[in-house]
Ligand binder design. Structure first.
Ligand SMILES: [Zn+2]
Ligand SMILES: [Zn+2]
Length: 260
């Protein structure tokens, strides 16, 4: 089985002490590639540093909606320059997060649109983050004229109607370890059976969202655990895990323009 963790933050300092061991554990669990999502200019730079000499690590550059208030035209110029690095295969994570409101809504929207335009211009797929935007995020997506609609709604947490609107727009759906959590994952398990096979990605969002049953043992999530997401996904869809994992591997490689 070859698996692609389509969204992780292994640049997080919590991996500093055992970075190589963490990569070995991932390899042993069949995780043959990882996409590190950017959150700020600094994390995007660190991700590129980590990935540039490793053939199975890829990165996205971008400013998270929480950090939108710190974005500027200078930041955008620096991100575009960083995106010239061959390990950069996506732009993100970008979006709207009205749950904690670390940045004002209008500022989040301003930089979401600027980043969508930049990614579209560079031909990079987008990694979207949406939380509690009450439909506003989809309105922004639907009114934007992309040259090419390519991207993934990572850590999908919306409704059935929202999921189908993302799919209609041509985007992929990213499934995290929430799928494995007893109560919190109930709705996601229902919706995950309805996504066309060729539009699913799996992810850890490590170090966050540790899947069950690992979460009872360790707090920190890591790419090796995406295997638990894969196994649960195949189980609830009633599909063969080998076949489904190969399809998801291919979806991810195609979206991120990766040839491994
Ligand atoms: Zn996110
Ligand atoms: Zn993330």
């Amino acid at each position: 089985m070859r698996l692609f963790d389509s969204h992780c933050h292994i640049d997080d300092p919590c991996f500093n002490d055992d970075f190589e061991e963490m990569l070995t554990r991932a390899d042993e669990a069949g995780i043959h590639a990882m996409m590190i999502a950017g959150v700020t200019l600094a994390t995007s730079k660190k991700a590129v540093e980590l990935a540039k000499d490793r053939s199975n690590l890829f990165t996205a550059v971008g400013i998270h909606p929480h950090d939108a208030r710190d974005c500027s035209n200078e930041t955008m110029t620096a991100l575009k320059l960083l995106a010239e690095n061959p390990c950069v295969r996506a732009w993100g994570e970008v979006g709207l997060d009205f749950n904690r409101m670390h940045s004002p809504a209008n500022v989040q929207e301003q930089w979401l649109e600027a980043q969508m335009a930049a990614a579209d211009e560079l031909g990079l797929p987008l990694i979207f983050h949406e939380r509690d935007s009450e439909g506003r995020f989809l309105q922004v997506l639907e009114s934007f004229s992309f040259k090419k609609n390519q991207g993934v709604v990572h850590c999908f947490s919306g409704t059935k109607a929202e999921m189908f609107r993302y799919l209609d727009l041509g985007f992929h759906i990213g499934i995290t370890g929430i799928l494995t959590i007893k109560q919190r994952g109930e709705q996601l398990r229902e919706l995950a059976t309805l996504i066309p096979k060729d539009r699913i990605l799996i992810e850890t969002d490590a170090p966050y969202l540790t899947p069950a049953p690992q979460k009872n043992k360790v707090r920190r999530n890591e790419p090796a655990f995406v295997r638990l997401v894969m196994e649960r996904l195949a189980e609830i869809r009633g599909e063969d895990v080998e076949t489904l994992s190969e399809t998801i591997w291919e979806n991810t490689c195609k979206l991120f323009n990766v040839d491994l």
